[in-house]
Design a protein around this ligand. Structure first.
Ligand code: GLA
Length: 379
């Protein structure tokens, strides 16, 4: 499809086509920037890129979803205050050139079906897709993890959003039929097989994540403060990853109730991920679902990043037959929930969610029954 659009815009065929998937996180929320553990899967919704080399230093980018084009020169890449959608492409391209890669001009088209601002990482998909695009177009021998870090740098420093590494990592290195267990400290990772008798059902609340960025920054700071206060009791703690539940309890007297609860979410979530990976490997789906449920409660009550809409989606979900677990996914304050549902119940589940959510709040939810997919840079 993307080839067809490329032809429409530029009147010729592309040299390369790449695709970068969105993601859903099964468990391990707000742990990545605390050096912790996550278990996301790449989904079968992607941002696709098509492009062709040019003989000059100009990069022309057309966004199908925004219906606009921008042009920039490889020797002077600046942030675009108007066409902000282009900054993900600009940032990745800029950092590649700064690292000494000699890029050539290109004509590019991109677009896809990862919903925007829904917490399914459409921006990470654009960044990772841009990295994969240059790699393919210029036959660059680039290490995928290097590109993941570069994509995150584009988001943190060029776009200015202080995210962790999970979204870029899974969009690049996801594996079909698998979730990816990632240690965000040393970036070691392992695909964990997902059984095909259960489905990952994503429910989009339709509420844009209004508070997400500012509250995300607040949580980041609170985690750092909690680390400093726990370290002041004499423990060697670099991040909340280093704190086990017993340490947290003994440091409780030095923490305010708020910081204690923030830390308790991260510490307990890391434990849940480790257990979730173990039980999933052994086929323990019921327990996996319970851990997802506990993750939601912790995000709602201790970390306070859920919303009324997400809580309603989760409540409705848990009443349906065949549901193993339901929780909010991503940064929170809107966006999506992720549900693990027995395959035979998945279609009815999707309908029931639509009705239940509409009855409760008068809002329309979208549901996607997802397949775990390959990342843009997976081998
Ligand atoms: C956003 C960020 C990720 C991660 C999640 C919360 O998706 O981009 O790095 O922190 O929120 O788990």
């Amino acid at each position: 499809m993307i080839e067809v659009f490329f032809h429409k815009v530029y009147g010729t065929t592309p040299d390369v086509v790449v695709r970068a998937p969105g993601r859903v996180n099964l468990i391990g929320e707000h742990t990545d920037y605390n050096d912790g553990f996550v278990l996301p899967a790449a989904i079968d919704r992607s941002i696709d890129f098509a492009g062709r080399l040019r003989a000059d230093r100009v990069v022309q980018v057309h966004s199908l979803d925004f219906g606009g084009s921008v042009e920039f020169n490889l020797d002077d890449i600046q942030k675009d205050r108007k066409n902000t959608w282009s900054n993900y492409v600009r940032g990745v391209t800029k950092y590649l050139t700064e690292d000494g890669y000699r890029l050539s001009g290109a004509d590019m088209v991109f677009g896809g079906d990862v919903p925007r601002e829904a917490g399914l990482s459409s921006s990470a998909a654009v960044e990772v897709g841009t990295a994969a695009f240059w790699k393919a177009l210029l036959h660059l021998a680039l290490d995928p993890v290097y590109l993941v870090k570069l994509a995150r740098k584009a988001e943190n420093q060029f776009v200015g959003v202080p995210c962790g590494i999970m979204d870029q990592f899974i969009s690049a290195l996801g594996r079909e039929h698998h979730a990816l267990f990632l240690d965000c400290r040393d970036l070691s990772y392992r695909p964990v097989p997902l059984r095909d008798d259960v489905k990952i059902v994503v429910c989009n609340s339709g509420v844009k994540r209004a508070l997400a960025q500012s509250e995300y920054e607040v949580r980041l700071k609170q985690c750092r403060e909690a680390v400093a206060q726990i370290a002041s009791t004499g423990r060697t703690v670099k991040s909340l990853r280093d704190v086990v539940p017993a340490d947290l309890e003994s440091a409780r007297p030095v923490l305010s109730d708020l910081l204690y609860r923030r830390a308790r979410h991260v510490v307990s979530e890391n434990q849940r991920v480790l257990e979730a990976v173990k039980v999933l490997g052994a086929g323990g789906l019921e327990r996996f679902g319970e851990l997802m449920n506990a993750s939601h409660e912790s995000l709602r009550d201790d970390y306070e990043v859920s919303s009324k809409e997400l809580d309603v989606l989760v409540e409705v979900a848990r009443k349906q037959p065949g549901v193993l677990g339901a929780r909010m996914t991503g940064a929170g304050f809107g966006g999506c929930t992720v549900n693990l549902v027995r395959q035979e119940a998945a279609e009815d589940f999707a309908e029931a969610i639509y009705r239940g959510y509409h009855d409760a709040l008068g809002l329309k939810a979208e549901t996607y029954i997802c397949k775990a997919s390959h990342g843009a840079l997976s081998i």
